[in-house]
Design a protein around this ligand. Structure first.
Ligand SMILES: Cc1ncc(COP(=O)(O)O)c(C=O)c1O
Length: 409
């Protein structure tokens, strides 16, 4: 007889042996007190400071957002009642889609249950509907985009990360067949930014459609939080803009924006949209409250940028190997899976600082890191405590520190 359980335990053993087995901390975030939280440690509850949340602006504790969620649940109930094919559109989703279309200056928007599903369903459906489409995909695109490319069944060409020459070579070689370029604005592990206008120039020259993932930028960049494309005046040049409501907007759900025709085609042909229950109305209402707030208020964005810059300066001046990024993402390089996990364990157990280790396959082997995401609610005292804790951990684990330099003011 087959020992089925054995397949699973040996698969897990392999992960353990490669030091890739992931352990999730049991955490209770405290609304109104971010970034403070409670860690349910094996020895009991302990207060901690969270330094790796993708609720980048702390909108998950914003009073208007939480109130919208709770009040809508009281009025409309909890679930959506089914797929939109079965139950129709809940009114908050209709309003949310209008808000999102406006955010990106597009004719229409379509909401999905997550950013992951929006990429997978959006890219695969778009490319499948275009006869003989070639997808040109950045080498560092997120797994949800890779799955969209794979599911489309179309030919693909991978261009080296942010490499315009390579992209042009591939576009040229493709001749005049239909083409779709898929890329991100902010790459979340290295915190770098793509050359959006230059990619759009190439797309225009070679007759390609463009699809951008702004998941790590919406809410945080641009005068109304429309992302890097908004900041750079490029939104109108991109055919489809994808985003999430789960990160800077602090709620949940993904979306696409574009022309009415493209959104209607995806609505009508994408299995990941058609056959899955819609977001609950309370979630849609909370997301809309958050988007509206960030369209009108730049306070959170400015404070996030200020604290991210200060974090980079303080950690660098303490000799920590901070990757210089043009965004709010602050990677501190370790370069070894075991040391990375040990550093995170020690930060949590000894210092009450929570940062999840980033290991392969999320990043290439040898580039393991801590990924720190300062937000508007991290105070200067939090940053100083983080620097002191990291230096203690680096010293205890004999990780290399660079010579100290004078901190920038
Ligand atoms: C670049 C990128 N796109 C899409 C997603 C998926 O978004 P969501 O978390 O809303 O599913 C993520 C991560 O979560 C991401 O990093």
């Amino acid at each position: 007889m087959m020992d089925y359980q054995n397949f699973f335990t040996s698969a897990l053993d392999r992960l353990q042996a490669e030091r890739r087995y992931r352990v999730f901390a049991d955490i209770e975030r405290l609304a109104g007190r971010y970034p403070q939280a409670i860690w349910h440690s094996p020895e009991g509850p302990r207060p901690i400071t969270v330094w790796c949340s993708n609720d980048y602006l702390g909108m998950g504790q914003n009073r208007d957002v939480t109130r919208a969620m709770v009040e809508t649940a009281w009025r409309l109930g909890t679930g959506a009642g089914g797929t939109r094919n079965i139950s129709g559109n809940s009114h908050p989703i209709v309003e949310l889609e209008a808000e999102l279309a406006d955010l990106h200056g597009k004719e229409a928007a379509l909401v999905f249950t997550s950013g992951y599903v929006s990429n997978q369903a959006g890219i695969s459906t778009l490319a499948r509907l275009i006869p003989n489409c070639l997808i040109l995909s950045d080498a560092l695109n997120h797994n949800s985009m890779i799955e969209g490319v794979r599911q489309s069944g179309c030919d693909k060409a991978i261009f080296r990360h942010n490499d315009l020459e390579h992209l042009e070579e591939l576009l040229q070689a493709a001749g005049d067949r239909p083409k779709l370029i898929v890329f991100e604005s902010v790459y979340s592990m290295d915190g770098d930014i793509s050359p959006i206008h230059a990619i759009c120039d190439l797309a225009e020259r070679y007759g390609a459609m463009t699809y951008i993932d702004e998941v790590h930028a919406v809410g945080m960049y641009g005068p109304r939080g429309g992302g890097i494309a908004e900041r750079e005046g490029a939104m109108h040049r991109i055919d489809v803009i994808e985003g999430t409501m789960a990160k800077a907007f602090g709620v949940m759900g993904g979306y696409l924006t574009g022309t009415k025709a493209v959104m209607d085609a995806i609505r009508s042909f994408a299995p990941g949209f058609i056959f899955s229950t819609a977001l609950p109305p309370a979630v849609a209402a909370a997301a809309m409250a958050s988007i509206r707030h960030l369209k009108a208020s730049s306070t959170e964005r400015q404070q996030q940028q200020r604290q991210a810059a200060r974090t980079k300066a303080v950690l660098s001046s303490a000799g920590l190997p901070v990757l210089d990024t043009p965004t709010h993402i602050v990677p501190v390089m370790v370069g070894d899976a075991e040391a990375c996990k040990a550093a995170c364990d020690r930060l949590l157990a000894k210092h009450g600082i929570y940062i999840q280790p980033i290991n392969y396959p999320t990043v290439p082997r040898g580039t393991e890191r801590l990924r720190i995401t300062p937000g508007p609610f991290h105070s200067n005292a939090h940053i100083d405590a983080l620097a002191a804790a990291l230096v203690e951990v680096w010293t205890a684990l004999k990780l290399p520190l660079e010579p100290k330099v004078q901190a920038a003011e």
